[in-house]
Structures are given as structure tokens and as C-alpha cells.
Design a binder for this molecule. Structure first.
Ligand SMILES: Nc1ncnc2c1ncn2[C@@H]1O[C@H](COP(=O)(O)OP(=O)(O)O)[C@@H](O)[C@H]1O
Ligand SMILES: [Mg+2]
Length: 388
């Protein structure tokens, strides 16, 4: 429904009325009305009064400009009514990202966009790179009912995702539905499926129909024709999966399940980003120490990406944050590394082991930091001798 709004232009001593399409409507409007609108710098809108009588009412010039909005043919494109609002939300959403979460603007906006568009989102990346943190942050940013399930921690997917059958002397056999069933019945819910990659394969099977855009239902029982629960309108799933270099050998998620998701890959931080994060989180810790932590972590990441590298995985941001936390509590770099980093690396292979490599790397930073001595081979040997 478009209403007629005209703009008055003066030509000679006449006040002409034009609509946006260039139709001249001067003769429909009395001279005094046109003159007064022109003088007030306002547009005129055609309105209908009691008994069908039409009259022209002064409205702000913006009303005239609004009728000038280009008409785009949207047939065939799935554009929601409040598309403008959605666009605005997505593109101004970076301010909703917590300062303490390091994530590039494009990735964050892509994540928010997927969520408001009702996509199933899968955050991927190696362990400890911020997947859970990002997923929780986007859930918080959305102001919608939210539910959290850690699928990596469930031993019994059936009871977590579907529910349990109980027996009671009075009531007989009855079914109590899981929180997950409540979640999928909640319109516009955002459902976090954390550690989906570590879930039991039964969980993946149960989720197949739930996550399929063409099905979107949960079957309460294995049997064909058994009761199903439809996924409510507007429900969004945000899952996380540890998928990084070091995970290629372990159980990889089913391809069919992966296909049901829009993948948002979390970037692993570089040394600058990590240093920025650590100084933001621990402003009272010696920045030189934090610099060492971020450089050590970064070196291991670079090394792990190298085919002939000495380590198979890099130190995660989670571990860097833990190390910085220990330093905040008065532990030294060597001590922090000994309790948080070394246990993650295998000792197999002795001097050629991953652990030896990491120890040498850390030792280099300790030497650099604590004295003017130049790092030399002897020192490494000694360092190794002490701890292994
Ligand atoms: N990109 C990041 N930005 C900020 N903090 C991070 C980031 N990645 C990891 N961390 C830190 O590491 C911790 C673990 O992150 P988490 O989201 O649980 O990792 P993931 O789910 O990928 O294993 C967080 O609590 C945070 O302190
Ligand atoms: Mg996680």
C-alpha cells in the first residue's frame, strides 16, 4: 500500500504539485494548500476523511522521500519483513562482542548472521582456541531463550537428548522428557551443542533429523512411526567441534552431520593478538613475561603447521591464559610451563621427543629473560638434564 505524497515546486508564480513518479497533481489540490505547504517546506499527503472526502495534509518532506525509495523486486528472494532491522543488527553487532574475546570482525559478524538467519552453526578449530567462548558470547548477544548442552560429557545420549522412561507404582510407566526436548519446543531458542565432535555416535544419530532443514524433528523412539517432536520456529543450533591438525587421526565427525551445518572456523591467534589478549587479561603481570608466553605459544603453532615440524600441535590460547594466570599468582615462566605445557607433550623418543623440543624452546626464553647470557647449546643440555 503506497500513499500519494507530493512535493510542491514553484514555477513562475504557480505552485505545482508533483508526486515521485513525476505525475503533476496540481489541479487536485487547492492553491492555498499548495502555497502553505511550499512556504513551510513540507510535502502534502493525500488522505481520506469521513464520508470518503479526500483532502491533502502537510507532512514532513521525509515522507515524500520515503515514497521515492527504490522498489526492488524481491520475489524469489527470501527476505524477511524486518530485513533492514536484521541488516542493521548484523553490521553493528561487533560492539556486542565481549572485549575479552579475540575474534576478527568478519568472523564475528558471520557468526551473528548465521544465528539470526536460523542457520545451524558449527564452530570449528583446535582445542582451546575460543570456540565455546565465542558460541556462548553470540548466544548472550542475541537476547533469546538459550540452552546449553555439553555433548562431550554425556555418557548416555538417549537420556540427555530424549528423556527417560520411569516406573512408578501409582502412575505405572511414564516418560519424562529431557531438557533438550523442552529446548527444541521453545520458539526462537538458541541451543548450544558444545563438544559435538566428542559426542557419542548415538548422539549424532539422534541429531540427524533434528538438524536437517527438511526434517527438523526429534524421534522419541527408534521404532518407525513412533512419536516425533517438531523443532519450533526460529530455533537455532550452535555447535562446537575440535577440528584441527592434531585431530585428524581421532574420530572425525560424520560427513552427513557436518553437512547440516554452516561452518565458522575460529582463527588461531598469532603472537600479537595473543599478547594483546594476555595484557588485557593480566594488566599487572610483567609484559615481558607475557610477551614470552605469546611468543612461545606462537612458535609451537608455527612448528606444528610445518610438515617436518618437531611438534604435532601448538600450545593453545587456553594454555597461554593459564600460564599467564600462574604468573599473576607469582609462578615463574619455567614453573608455569612445567605444570601446564610439558604434560601435553609426549616424552617418547627421548632427546627427539616433542617434550624435549618444547623444553628447549621455553628454556631459550628463560635465559633471555633472566640474564644477559646468550642462549647456547650447553644451557639446553643442562636444562634437559635437570628436569628429565
Ligand atoms: N580467541 C580467544 N579470545 C579470548 N580468549 C580465548 C580465545 N581462545 C581461547 N581463549 C581463552 O581460553 C579459554 C578456553 O577457550 P574455549 O572457548 O573453552 O576453547 P575451545 O572451546 O575452543 O576449546 C577461554 O576461557 C579463554 O580464556
Ligand atoms: Mg570448548
Amino acid at each position: 500500500m503506497t500513499n500519494t505524497v507530493v512535493k510542491i515546486e514553484m514555477s513562475g508564480n504557480r505552485y505545482n504539485a508533483w508526486d515521485f513518479e513525476g505525475n503533476k497533481l496540481t489541479s487536485d489540490i487547492s492553491t492555498s494548500t499548495r502555497k502553505s505547504a511550499f512556504e513551510a517546506g513540507m510535502a502534502l499527503e493525500k488522505r481520506e476523511g469521513k464520508g470518503g472526502r479526500t483532502y491533502w495534509w502537510k507532512v514532513p518532506m521525509s515522507e515524500f522521500e520515503a515514497t521515492a525509495a527504490p522498489v526492488i523486486d524481491l520475489s524469489g528472494i527470501d527476505v524477511p519483513e524486518d530485513h533492514a532491522e536484521m541488516l542493521n543488527f548484523i553490521h553493528s553487532s561487533y560492539k556486542l562482542k565481549p572485549v575479552g574475546l579475540v575474534m576478527k570482525e568478519l568472523k564475528w559478524k558471520y557468526l551473528v548472521r548465521g544465528a539470526v538467519r536460523g542457520k545451524n552453526i558449527l564452530m570449528t578449530g583446535p582445542a582451546g582456541c575460543g570456540k565455546t567462548m565465542a558460541a556462548k558470547s553470540v548466544v548472550n548477544a542475541l537476547d533469546r531463550p538459550d540452552f546449553y548442552f555439553n555433548l562431550g560429557a554425556t555418557q548416555d545420549p538417549r537420556s540427555t537428548l530424549i528423556g527417560n522412561t520411569h516406573f512408578d507404582k501409582k502412575k505405572g510407566t511414564y516418560f519424562s522428557e529431557s531438557l533438550f526436548v523442552t529446548a527444541i519446543k521453545t520458539p526462537n531458542a538458541v541451543i548450544l551443542l558444545d563438544e559435538l565432535s566428542r559426542a557419542h555416535p548415538d548422539a549424532w544419530n539422534i541429531l540427524m533429523t533434528v538438524l536437517d532443514a527438511g526434517q527438523r524433528y526429534l524421534r522419541l523412539d527408534e521404532a518407525d512411526g513412533s512419536e516425533t517432536v517438531p523443532v519450533a520456529e526460529g530455533v537455532t543450533f550452535v555447535a562446537t567441534a575440535n577440528i584441527g591438525n592434531e585431530y585428524t587421526s581421532t574420530r572425525v565427525m560424520d560427513k552427513a552431520l557436518m553437512d547440516r551445518f554452516t561452518i565458522v572456523e575460529m582463527d588461531v591467534l598469532n603472537d600479537e593478538e595473543e599478547y594483546g589478549l594476555l595484557t588485557y587479561m593480566f594488566p599487572h603481570v610483567d609484559p615481558e613475561l607475557l610477551k614470552s608466553v605469546s611468543e612461545i605459544a606462537n612458535s609451537t603453532r608455527v612448528e606444528s603447521r610445518n610438515d617436518s615440524g618437531r611438534v604435532s600441535s601448538g600450545i593453545s590460547t587456553r594454555t597461554s591464559v593459564e600460564m599467564a594466570g600462574l604468573m599473576y599468582d607469582g609462578f615463574g615462566l619455567d614453573e608455569a610451563a612445567e605444570v601446564t605445557v610439558y604434560p601435553q607433550y609426549s616424552e617418547d623418543g627421548g632427546m627427539e621427543s616433542e617434550r624435549t623440543y618444547i623444553k628447549q624452546l621455553v628454556q631459550k626464553f628463560i635465559s633471555d629473560g633472566s640474564s644477559d647470557d646468550l642462549f647456547n647449546e650447553n644451557e639446553i643440555e643442562n636444562a634437559n638434564g635437570e628436569t628429565s
